[in-house]
Ligand binder design. Structure first.
Ligand code: GUN
Length: 300
């Protein structure tokens, strides 16, 4: 079997088009311009690229974009003070502090300082709890993007065996909640899981989020399974010339694509969905902050 390639890039483009329509309506009918503040501390090159893309796409859908670049040696107190200012800024409906933050800053303190009403990452305890019991509000961007691709590819996920590899707060745990909500039977595997290959072999849906290049091999995949690769790993590519690199996922793509029913590529799979879902969450928070019902057609 040769897998269908799940085109996250074009799916995200369509989603951004729908988001732009909602932004237009919020402006025209309610005088609200949704605003997203993105904060980056330090100069990690990968984070810089993500943040630049987030800011550009925010502006492209017609939202206000506020980018705050702070030096590597920023103190925790200074970052918390900025978060408090953004919490109280009426033009800002979403706050994203790019993770990781430098080691002198406690990321949990930063997350807890973000007003839940503006928490477009869905990192705060209040919003994590809301997702768990199914209340409206922002939903973690990467897991939401994965879920949208899965629903588009498969339709109903009810009764399917889903194996998530990775138990992070950013991806693994919220992905578990979302797939449970879809009535999947969910297994969360991690670095201490025994016989990981056999666990993955039972999966109709594989979500790989371990951050280890090409760790999940083709012969671990059940024939016909749907594979969602969240990993973005930069590895040396001497075949492209000295010092060159390339991006790969957590799944050995060519091997897996020969066996899976459908698979996301890296790049061009989950990555573009994460940003689109961030923008969708900002429309949601801008609506809720202003007492309006959030759109139901963006991420449902
Ligand atoms: N670092 C990597 N992914 C993310 C994300 O989705 N949100 C934030 N805030 N930081 C990240």
């Amino acid at each position: 079997m040769t897998a269908t390639i799940i085109d996250g890039k074009s799916f995200a483009e369509g989603l951004r088009g729908r988001i732009a329509g909602h932004v237009q309506r919020l402006k025209a009918e309610h005088g609200i311009t949704p605003g997203l503040a993105v904060v980056i501390v330090g100069h990690d090159p990968a984070s810089q690229v993500y943040v630049t893309n987030k800011a550009r796409q925010t502006a492209e859908v017609g939202m206000a974009s506020f980018k705050h670049e702070l030096p590597e040696d920023t103190s925790e107190a200074d970052l918390l003070a900025l978060v408090h200012r953004l919490n109280n800024d009426d033009q800002v409906h979403g706050i994203l502090v790019q993770m990781p933050v430098p080691k002198q800053i406690d990321s949990i303190k930063v997350i807890e300082a973000i007003a839940p009403s503006k928490d477009v990452d869905c990192f705060t305890p209040a919003n994590v709890g809301k997702v768990q019991i199914g209340l409206p509000g922002p939903v973690s961007c990467t897991p939401l993007g994965c879920l949208m691709l899965l629903r588009d590819q498969i339709g109903s996920l009810a009764g399917l065996n889903a194996v998530i590899i990775g138990r992070s707060n950013l991806v693994g745990k919220p992905m578990m909640q979302l797939l449970l909500r879809e009535n999947c039977t969910v297994t969360v595997a991690h670095s201490r899981t025994k016989n990981l290959a056999d666990v993955v072999r039972g999966a109709d849906i594989v979500v790989a989020a371990v951050g280890r290049p090409e760790m999940i091999r083709g012969d671990w995949i059940k024939p016909g399974a749907t594979v969602i690769d969240v990993g973005i790993n930069r590895i040396p590519a001497p075949e492209r010339g000295e010092g060159k690199t390339r991006l790969v996922g957590d799944v050995a793509y060519a091997e897996a694509a020969a066996i899976a029913g459908a698979i996301t590529p890296v790049p061009g799979g989950v990555g573009p969905m994460t940003i689109a879902c961030l923008l969708a969450n900002t429309v949601t928070t801008a609506s809720l902050i202003n007492g309006l019902a959030p759109p139901t057609d963006l991420t449902a």
